[in-house]
Design a protein around this ligand. Structure first.
Ligand SMILES: [Ca+2]
Ligand SMILES: [Ca+2]
Length: 223
């Protein structure tokens, strides 16, 4: 009798576990579409001149899936050398090495990268796999030209109500990495030393009527 009861208990436990698993799988795969909404029309103040080949653009995006032990950037925190380089030159290295070190250290799940957006009517795309262990996504791209300004979003959460969301759109806003003191798009290099904390970009370039104007979007679609 006791044996039969424990068998029932075990069976119920297994069923409960499998239905939990079905309701919320460990991993989910998303396609991510990046758009650039930073143009002369949306951000007219001192918008930099140049044609589609040499002019204003977003560098390639670089991002990671991660947990609470890692961040690519955080407002109020000084930039890593990788974030500083990305924000000033659009280069993915050494930020990619920092993300790889976070992966090796069990703080990040994967690294993803895209090409630049030179033509604002075009989009870039990446595929990301999130997991219960690394549920968050952070991503950055340089706003170029600029002293140290980047488009970014941090700690995007794709779990809602205990489930992976089917789709989600996020606005990208401009940040100042704190690595250069230049105050205009085409300012000469003026290295900030010691570094300042990364902050939301609060210059005229990114405001309208005192409000931040988004510079792009990210759209996650579950595959
Ligand atoms: Ca700055
Ligand atoms: Ca610098």
């Amino acid at each position: 009798m006791k044996k039969a009861l424990s068998l029932v208990v075990v069976t119920i436990a297994l069923l409960a576990a499998s239905s939990l698993f079905a309701a919320s799988p460990d991993t989910a795969r998303y396609s991510v579409t990046m758009t650039r909404l930073w143009t002369e029309k949306t951000h007219p103040f001192e918008y930099p001149e140049g044609n589609i080949l040499t002019g204003p653009h977003f560098s390639g995006f670089i991002g990671a899936t991660h947990n609470g032990a890692y961040e690519i950037f955080k407002e109020g925190t000084k930039p890593t050398p990788g974030l500083e380089k990305l924000s000033e030159e659009g280069k993915h290295s050494p930020l990619d090495e920092e993300i790889k070190a976070a992966i090796a250290g069990g703080k990040a799940g994967m690294l993803f990268e895209t090409g630049p957006i030179r033509d604002a009517s075009k989009t870039e795309m990446a595929e990301v796999t999130v997991s219960n262990k690394f549920p968050w996504v952070s991503v950055v791209a340089m706003i170029a030209p600029s002293p140290d300004w980047f488009a970014g979003a941090a700690d995007i959460n794709l779990i809602e109500g205990g489930k992976w969301v089917g789709s989600k759109s996020i606005d990208l806003f401009a940040y100042d990495s704190g690595g250069d003191d230049g105050a205009t798009y085409k300012a000469d290099d003026k290295n900030t030393s010691p570094k300042k904390p990364t902050m939301s970009a609060k210059t005229q370039h990114f405001l309208r009527g005192g409000k931040k104007v988004r510079v792009g979007t990210l759209t996650f679609t579950k595959m």
